[in-house]
Design a protein around this ligand. Sequence first.
Ligand SMILES: Cc1cc2nc3c(=O)[nH]c(=O)nc-3n(C[C@H](O)[C@H](O)[C@H](O)COP(=O)(O)OP(=O)(O)OC[C@H]3O[C@@H](n4cnc5c(N)ncnc54)[C@H](O)[C@@H]3O)c2cc1C
Length: 381
Amino acid sequence: MQFTDEHHAFRRTVRDFVEAEIQPHMDEWEAAGMFPAHELFPKLAKIGLLGLEYDPAYGGEGADHTFTVIAGEELGRINGNGVPMGISVQTNMATPALARFGTHELKQKYLAPAIAGEYVTSIAITEPDTGSDVARVRTRAERDGDDWVINGSKLYITNGVQADWLCLLARTSGEGGYRGMSQIVVPTDTPGVTVSRKLDKLGNRSSDTAELVFEDVRVPVSNTIGETGRGFQQQMQQFQHERMIAAYMTVGSVGHALERTRDYLKQRTTFGKPLIENQWIQFKLAELAAELDLLRHYNYACAEAYLRGEDTSRYATIAKLTSGKLARRTADVCMQFHGGVGYMEETWTARYFRDARLRSIGGGAEEIMLQVLARAEGFHA
Ligand SMILES: Cc1cc2nc3c(=O)[nH]c(=O)nc-3n(C[C@H](O)[C@H](O)[C@H](O)COP(=O)(O)OP(=O)(O)OC[C@H]3O[C@@H](n4cnc5c(N)ncnc54)[C@H](O)[C@@H]3O)c2cc1C
């Protein structure tokens, strides 16, 4: 992958921003169970981070995808996955379909303020009865004149407590399965939208996660993103952005974890020598470093394919699968080599261990990635 001087300068800008504006607040935001998105997002917008690849007509940067790779890697270095996840929901999960398929009016009204950091957004797909099996979504939007009337509920919605609008996946016709779903922009101040619960989680604690209920929620049919009835298919495309950014962020996160563990092991002594001098430890860390390199370059191959305008679903699936596994193993090894202090809440490893676990569940569980791959490989009767 070719990085220009401009790309390197951007990496420096993001790293400096993270160090100045995010890292110092992470402990406070973790304890609060939420980061203040309405304060942080306008600052992110100022350095262009909320609209990197989006059309300048809506305030985007019109930048190439390499900038997204860099942003992901640098945000991944944040000491806690809750904030990068909240940011990437805004940039790579809730807005790509609107940017690609939305009307000019819808983009002016909802995409432009999201890029400016004035609006916080969520992607609302998962429901109490279905997560992995997206074709079983039951939230309904029934047409009444020029409005949709929405009833149902959504679960585990990141940014859901603070969101100004949702990219909602709902059933808009009686057809079952993959047919008859639509993506609809739902402003959260619409009567009938309620946050029924703010959920308490094992990790990603600085990110708020909500259960949302919709009771006779009326939004204009013109809030439909793209084609009515094509919501499932559009969402499958939107998932590729989610899976790519997850893999890019894992590179930053695992790299930072290995750096911090190396530094600790250089100064911690057992049996008269620094822990890092044990070959067993060196080899375990070297193995993770090798796998990190494989992921990084696989990500770059994915990004290059994306830049060429190719379908990246296979890349995104493999990157999501392997990055989740790598993050979990890294969390385990780093905690192990820290010993008792690694198990303490005061050490970064504790949060890292909790947060890493989500990477194989959210955004398509590990088994769903394997299901997609198995189908693509013809591993079925
Ligand atoms: C912290 C957090 C934040 C989230 N944020 C969002 C969000 O912003 N928006 C949103 O819409 N959703 C969000 N989710 C939901 C997330 O995407 C789902 O939890 C995930 O897709 C799994 O769905 P599920 O929980 O219903 O698990 P289920 O579908 O019930 O599956 C349970 C487990 O079974 C296994 N499994 C499932 N299907 C198969 C199969 N066919 N073969 C073998 N094994 C299988 C997997 O291991 C899976 O983890 C979030 C979840 C969490 C925990």
